[in-house]
Design a protein around this ligand. Sequence first.
Ligand code: ADP
Length: 528
Amino acid sequence: MQELFDSAGNQGHFTLSELAVIFIVLFLAVVIAQLIFRVTHSRFVRKAMLQYKKTAMETLLGHTLNDYKVADNSTFLSAMSNDLATIENSYLLGIFTITIRMIQLVLAFGMMLWYHWPLTLISIAASALAFAISMLFGNRASTAEKLVSEKNDISLSTIKEIIEGFPVIKAFKTEKPITKLYDKSNQDLENAKYSRRMILTLVNIVSQYTGALVHVGIFFLGIYFVHCGYITIGVAVAFVQLMNFVLGPIQSLPELLSAWKAAKQLIYKLENLLSGSASEQGVYALPVSGHNIRLTNVSFGYEEDKNVLEDVNLVFEAGKRYAIVGPSGSGKSTLLNLLLHSYDGYQGNIFIGENELRDISLESLYDNIAVVQQNVFIFDAGMKDNITLFRDFPDAEINRAIALSGLKALIEEKGLDYDCGEYGSNLSGGEKQRISIARSLLHKSSVLLMDEATAALDAENTWSILSTLLNEDDKTTRIIVTHNLDEALLRKYDQVIVMKNGTVIEQGSFEELLAADGYFRSFYRVTV
Ligand code: ADP
């Protein structure tokens, strides 16, 4: 532009046609640079997002069961959806745009210095002032963004609860209060988004207009310098053009920087969530074989000074069958959960073989102990994948697990690839439970735990599942919390452990306990 204007006043170095060629070359260079920028940017974002999400998921899955309960899954969901969109748009795009803008700014100042340093220094001072004013407002955006993310978490968690509680809402006709609850979280979220939008708009307006003022000021000063004969008209025009590259970044940087900082907050949020509470765990790897399990003076409470288990001493011998019975709230499920090391902080010792539970790595513990779960999670996949949990096993082992868990008839009818549906919607409660048993059997652990207490199964199903588990004659130690005081079943256990108020009050075979004529006998009479 400088050469073009100066050539009009016969002060230029190039002819018009030479300038036309220069323009074409420059134009092509800009197009190519833009293309390279766009392609590189898209690749960068794709790679960064893939890595970020993969790392987040790996870190989440690296947590123990114990830690996971602590983590708020709505926050994680929001971190992996809404927050990610902000991170993609503001942080990743931000890094690129900010870098490009800074390069433009430095190059423009360089050229301006080369043209006329006094005018450049004045421009720098004026631009710095405009930048400082805009930045004053920019910091508020970061706080606003954090608030939006928090409100998003709450809103997401409300939606999740409503969807999961749908049957309860319908049955108790609580649509109206629930809608109010949702309205409240929705309003909070939209208000937070409104504040964020307003702050960003304010930052934008302030930076636009202070920038425009500086631009016009430099233009006037340039023309004044031309009048004084300090610079040519071409240089004045070049200055005005170059000021675009200075003011462009200065106008957009406060907004970009505050959005970038705000997005960075979200990255820290996910990092904190994921790094939160990894509890200590042992490193010892148990060999997979029959171990006796020994509890000595074990006490445990969920709250301080309120023990749920009190001085429990027990031995579970390898390969034997144990029933744990007792009234509701006596600590049966807690005992099973302790064996799975779901809670730290118990007193006394739990030995598996010769090793204390605290020293055993969880991975190795889960190799040794399988659980027949209550709320069996069924993946939206085929029957086989749900049994093997997407791992490879020899067909013979899969078939054995299917036969032993009582799934053979179903699979013969529907096939191994029968689609189980979302949350197992194509299966009955009993079938889901059987899948859980098949998983455990395939797992070939030396200890099998089952808490029948919360299994929503009818009596017939419970009976047939328990007898499947108890009949199988292998070396697995079976520890089953049961409410099923059916005589034929109880006789299948080697030992029945009777719990009351967090302690073991009786223990022996079914016959021994009846003969002892103690608590179990009256409990059995009342229950049956
Ligand atoms: P059971 O299986 O014999 O019915 P539990 O082991 O489930 O008994 O519960 C024993 C006691 O511990 C109960 O008083 C119960 O309210 C309490 N409890 C169970 N789980 C928790 C928990 N996660 N947090 C606090 N208290 C709990």
